[in-house]
Design a protein around this ligand. Structure first.
Ligand code: SME
Length: 172
């Protein structure tokens, strides 16, 4: 199966899993789970959410330890949030100010989640223990998933979805 075909499968699963879902964290957790399980070169998969001006705080992730807080001024994640542009890094040892949450990471891709109004809601960060693990297919497909997320949650964890999730009766 090609990478593009595997991403198409992931997107189809997300379409059904996220149908009617209005909780931001539930949606982010599901995206991370599906991506991390689908690709063997994904060694760390997670979101950093914008929780204050110029501040990224770790959200749902899979893999080893993730750094908790990253200012927009630091790292690959900060660069993606600051520039609103995907950062695809073939060799993290050559990226100035790369933040090594894990000593085994060799390459990385970070995609900003930008709302339709243009504000950065989060970044999707994927690390690999292999050099140059990510290509233009990963970039295009992860950007597609981020655009879809931003259209479903134009304000991220908005007060509205927070209020609604509180209204929802507990399961069971
Ligand atoms: N390497 C990232 C930090 C997060 S870890 O990869 C989970 C960076 O440089 O921003």
């Amino acid at each position: 199966m090609t990478r593009r075909e595997r991403y198409a499968e992931v997107r189809a699963r997300l379409e059904s899993l996220l149908e009617g879902e209005d909780d931001w964290i539930a949606a982010l957790s599901t995206v991370v789970c599906e991506l991390h399980a689908a690709f063997d070169y994904y060694d760390w998969t997670g979101f950093y959410r914008v929780t204050a001006p110029e501040l990224l705080v770790v959200g749902p992730y899979q893999g080893g330890h993730g750094c908790l807080r990253i200012p927009f001024s630091r790292g690959v994640c900060g660069a993606a949030a600051r520039t609103r542009r995907t950062q695809r890094v073939d060799d993290v040892s050559l990226f100035p100010d790369h933040i090594a949450c894990s000593s085994t990471t060799r390459s990385e891709i970070v995609v900003p989640v930008v709302s339709p109004a243009g504000s950065v809601l989060a970044v999707l960060d994927v690390d690999s223990d292999s050099l140059a693990a990510f290509d233009e297919v990963d970039e295009a497909e992860l950007e597609r998933i981020s655009v879809d997320l931003a259209s479903r949650f134009p304000e991220g964890a908005s007060a509205r979805s927070l209020a609604r999730s509180r209204e929802r009766p507990p399961i069971g």
